[in-house]
Design a protein around this ligand. Structure first.
Ligand code: GDD
Ligand code: MN
Length: 382
């Protein structure tokens, strides 16, 4: 194998030899473990590293556990996971257990060359926050037999991650970060395969670096990346959007609920009139029902996480907020007309609606559906 100089820093270049925790998620990787451990051991000896390897195994029952017990050196530990299964949760659990200040995540199937790790650590030490072992930067490559569809798939997935990062290979399962940055993560809730992307977004890691690697195809065992995982990726992207653009996405939902209220209102008025109600009663009924439906929709969707206050208190506050907003809406429209008598009254009303809606949203967001402080997702280790 030829070694590219960029992924092989000389020993003299590694200034600080920081202890490293390597987290490897596994499911049925028994055949790959010996070579993985041997590769890391070579690296350890060569650079005099202090290593810890955490193999996060989803109860494979393929002899992995026995192999580690009998053959692995003492810096290797296999953790059997039986509760939440899946690649991303396994990685997050491993990162929480890790005891060293530098964290590296890689696959078990020898796709990720351990020889790139020193360069990744150097990049972290020179100030980058998240360093990817990357297939798609200059000098990086994949085995030649990637079919067109696998290639296209990977490229489309990368493109979809563009709103969150400019990295060329944000999908990679090979990356390094600092423990202090990981500990800052709020509300980690990873699904699927793209745990690196989750960390970039939730730990707010702006300064992402990439070190070129050659990604080799696995020889033993098979890939677990199924179609279901591709769908999971779309769900994951949705959650990341909601997280990063939380206020905008809430405002949009709030506006949509408001719009739905208009239809509920008109529907109820029509229904009551058909049933023979008087016009005033029908109007009042429309308003009442739409207030309740707006409240319930906002409570279940827009502000679903705000459950600290009881539903009746919330409803009372919601009515208060609506009346404050309505008063303001009237005030803004009326004063606008007073100042500019030439103005089309409908236009003044529209400006009033806008002002009322923004204030209504803010009062709802910060008073009616107030949330407790977000819970830190990484409880400190003991
Ligand atoms: N604990 C656990 N639980 N580990 C799992 C699970 C699971 O449910 N599924 C997969 N793994 C482990 C595998 O044993 C392997 O060590 C690693 O996660 C990657 O799984 P593969 O099945 O080999 O994935 P891949 O090669 O198709 O995908 C890799 O490359 C992608 C980019 O092309 C991964 O690194 C992906 O994260 C990456 O996006
Ligand atoms: Mn693989």
């Amino acid at each position: 194998m030829t070694r590219s100089p960029s992924t092989e820093p000389r020993l003299a270049d590694v200034r600080v030899i920081t202890p490293i925790s390597i987290v490897v998620p596994t499911f049925r990787e028994r055949e790959n473990l010996p070579e993985l451990v041997a590769g890391l051991d070579e690296l350890r000896a060569r650079y005099g590293l202090t290593l810890e390897l955490l193999i996060m195994d989803d109860d494979s029952r393929d002899g992995s556990e026995a192999w580690v017990q009998e053959h692995a050196p003492d810096w290797v530990r296999l953790v059997v996971r039986r509760e939440t299964r899946g690649l991303s949760p396994a990685v997050v659990d491993g990162l929480r257990l890790a005891k060293h200040p530098v964290l590296v995540v890689m696959d078990a199937d020898l796709s990720h060359p351990p020889s790139a790790i020193p360069a990744m650590i150097l990049a972290l030490e020179s100030g980058q926050d998240f360093v990817i072992g990357s297939r798609y930067v200059r000098g990086g490559s994949t085995d030649d037999d990637w079919g067109f569809f696998r290639w296209l798939n990977s490229r489309v997935a990368t493109l979809l991650a563009r709103p969150f990062t400019d990295a060329k290979d944000p999908m990679a399962g090979f990356f390094a970060l600092r423990r202090t940055d990981f500990d800052r993560a709020f509300s980690l809730d990873p699904i699927g395969y793209k745990v690196g992307l989750e960390l970039i977004v939730k730990c707010r890691l702006g300064n992402v670096g990439e070190v070129p690697i050659h990604f080799s195809d696995r020889i033993h065992g098979e890939s677990k990346l199924t179609f279901k995982e591709q769908l999971n990726y779309l769900r994951h992207l949705g959650r990341l959007f909601a997280h990063r653009y939380a206020t905008w996405s809430q405002f949009t939902q709030f506006a949509l609920v408001g719009l739905s209220g208009v239809f509920v209102n008109l529907g109820v008025v029509t229904l009551l009139l058909v049933l023979g109600a008087q016009a005033t009663a029908a109007l009042a009924g429309g308003i009442l029902v739409s207030i309740v439906s707006n409240f319930l929709l906002n409570r279940s969707f827009t502000f679903a996480r705000a459950r600290a206050t009881g539903i009746f208190t919330q409803f009372l506050r919601f009515c208060m907020a609506s009346s404050v907003a309505a008063t303001l809406q009237f005030g803004v429209a009326a004063s606008l007309l007073a100042v500019l008598p030439e103005l089309l009254p409908q236009l003044a009303a529209l400006v009033g609606v806008g002002a009322g809606m923004i204030v209504n949203f803010l009062v709802n967001r910060f008073f009616v559906f107030k949330q407790e402080h977000p819970v830190r997702s990484n409880p400190p280790r003991d």
